[in-house]
Design a protein around this ligand. Sequence first.
Ligand code: SAH
Length: 267
Amino acid sequence: MKVTKKTKNAQKVTPKKHLGQHFLIDTNIAEDIVNSLTNHKNYTHLLEIGAGTGVLTNFLLEKENFFVIEIDKESVTYLKKKYPQLPLVENDFLETTPDIWFQQESFNEKFAVISNFPYHISSQIFFKLLPYKNQVLEIVGMLQKEVAVRLAAKPKTKDYGILSVFLQAYYDIEYLFTVEPDAFDPPPKVRSGVIRLKRNDVEKLDCNEIKLAQIVKQGFNQRRKTLRNALKGLQMNEKVLQSHYLDKRAEELSVNDYVILTNLWEE
Ligand code: SAH
């Protein structure tokens, strides 16, 4: 792996720390994050979201079909100078689609995502990726520790939530390791966690997915209540009302339980 030396010039355009971003400075950790990619199911393309000062990017340069999206002008100027060959899109990930990320019309290849996520929008990034689940075969990234734990949380724990259900329906999620604040500049107040999501074999859930989403959202919105109370607004039929699931709380149901419940609702 060739590490590009910083020139004096490049240092001049080093992005300012801004918008509450915390840049990873420990390159061993950066390498560990990159090495967590497995090329599960043979994707062909790779996207880095938010390259910042390029600490992960540096270890990704030799990957095939590697693309970067970064919203911040200063970071983009810096990255373009440091890596002139790198396909880099200056845009907001949340406002764009795979055609833009990979600079190709009707892009329908399989890809992986890697990121030291911008923590304030990490959940939105996962919601954004979900509709592309049949293309996104792997995601490796660092998040605020609590969020990372939540995504990987199992049913019947307090951390299990809406995104855990939606993501675990289609991905096997592993919490890999914790990163302490001193690995960043400036050090954040929170600890960080690195997770890996690997696409599972479920092509489509065996139920009406829109209805499932309604149940999950409504259930977790009032997560302390039993589903009988939390789902009151949804006008459940007798079949549902008689099921034992309604005496439980949203966090007690597995993805599979939600599928069964949704099908009862459809009957
Ligand atoms: N990868 C770098 C930076 C992580 S900080 C490191 O590990 O140090 C998060 C990065 O995401 C910042 O560079 C920030 O500018 C970028 N970012 C924030 N919101 C974004 C968005 N909506 N689209 C693309 N990039 C974004």
